[in-house]
Design a protein around this ligand. Structure first.
Ligand SMILES: C[S@@+](CC[C@H](N)C(=O)[O-])C[C@H]1O[C@@H](n2cnc3c(N)ncnc32)[C@H](O)[C@@H]1O
Length: 355
């Protein structure tokens, strides 16, 4: 962080710590660490080991996040406040416009990657024959199709009609409805299971969507959420982000939103579920691989088949965009194999039960 940002972060951290103390009934917090630093986990574990109260303050200047620790296991007590976009409607409009335009490229390029998560999501949500299941942010319908193959009664939803047009084309026997995950058009307890594949990092108000999923589940119903592990492990994210950072500009005026990689931290994904009403939260890692013919194909997939990353790329100058493209291609070189490119894109699936 630059020194101005550090000062701003320190001021926000101080106020976040006093909010945490107030929220916990005056408990004194003696740990305050920056999650972009490598040490917070160690600090949190040490605090837990010594049974000291600790407070983890995420380095998200616009959205301080607090994790309160008051016992043995780190993070068990959960997040006090989850981040939200300061302009949720503007962010949603941006995402909606991007997904409408990106649908076909997303399906052609990312579908073979994200569809790998389907069996893990379905297992975590307890989807078997006859289960009434809601798939949120279905995109072209990979998870919904997997649920139907298991004999579940699935309703697929997405806010992008272009995504659902693909889903209906590819799975004509299934039910798909346009729905905003943050305001679902379903009644309480209508479903026995729900899935959210690669949605939470695309939401301005992720906790609102998870609370909505909780509302439409019946008691004992399970929600399973999949999201990417941090960019250090998801190589394409690291390559594209670093290329933009070194050859272009990161700050291109996109509507504000929680950081894309926020839920790469298992603690944050757990907290999202437990703070939104779920119990029995657990998770598994899923080692996924993205196979492409060339690095050029990967760059084009991001430019034309994504939301925020495409938005950031499209707002560069033509010279910067060309330099970013060259940088992406160079950084992909170590991942070339005789079959093309093979890029690690591990994800995790966290699930919880509606009490
Ligand atoms: C990365 S894609 C994931 C699609 C699919 N689940 C998969 O795993 O490939 C994100 C999807 O979320 C949808 N989406 C984003 N915000 C949404 C919202 N507020 N409500 C419903 N769908 C949303 C997009 O239209 C897009 O289809």
């Amino acid at each position: 962080m630059e020194s101005g940002e550090k000062r701003e972060f320190a001021a926000r951290a101080a106020s976040a710590v006093s909010d945490a103390a107030a929220a916990s009934g005056g408990m004194a917090f003696d740990q305050c660490v920056d999650v972009y630093d490598e040490r917070p986990r160690l600090a949190m574990h040490a605090a837990a080991r010594d049974r000291r109260p600790a407070c983890l303050v995420a380095a998200i200047p616009a959205h301080p996040v607090l994790i309160r620790e008051s016992g043995h296991a780190c993070y068990r007590r959960g997040v006090v406040a989850l981040p939200e976009s300061a302009e949720p409607q503007a962010f949603k409009a941006f995402e909606h416009e991007r997904w409408q335009s990106a649908a076909r490229v997303y399906d052609a390029e990312f579908g073979r990657l994200t569809s790998q998560i389907a069996p893990f999501l379905l297992d975590a949500a307890g989807v078997t024959r006859g289960v009434r299941m809601l798939d949120l942010a279905s995109g072209p319908g990979y998870v919904a199709a997997g649920a139907s193959a298991r004999g579940a009664k699935v309703t697929g939803t997405d806010f992008a009609s272009e995504m659902l047009a693909l889903a209906r084309e590819q799975h004509p026997g299934l039910t798909f409805e346009v729905a905003d995950a943050e305001a679902l058009p379903f009644g309480e307890g209508e479903f026995e299971a729900a899935t959210m594949g690669f949605l939470v990092g695309h939401l301005g108000r992720p906790a609102v969507a998870v609370r909505e999923a909780c509302r439409v589940l019946r008691r004992g119903g399970r929600l399973a959420i999949a999201w990417w592990l941090p960019p250090q492990r998801c190589i394409p994210f690291a390559i594209v982000t670093e290329s933009i950072r070194t050859r272009g500009r990161m700050d291109v005026g996109l509507p504000p939103a929680p950081p894309f990689e926020l839920f790469g931290d298992p603690a944050m994904l757990h907290a999202l579920l437990s703070e939104s009403g779920f119990s029995g939260v657990e998770s598994v890692e899923v080692p996924m691989v993205w196979r492409l013919d060339t690095a050029e194909e990967m760059f084009d997939a991001y430019l034309n088949g994504t939301a925020r990353t495409a938005g950031a790329l499209r707002r560069q100058t033509p010279e910067a965009l060309a330099a970013i493209r060259a940088e992406v291609i160079a950084r992909c070189a170590p991942f070339r194999t005789t079959r093309g490119l093979e890029l690690p894109m591990p994800a995790h699936v966290a699930s919880g039960i509606k009490p």
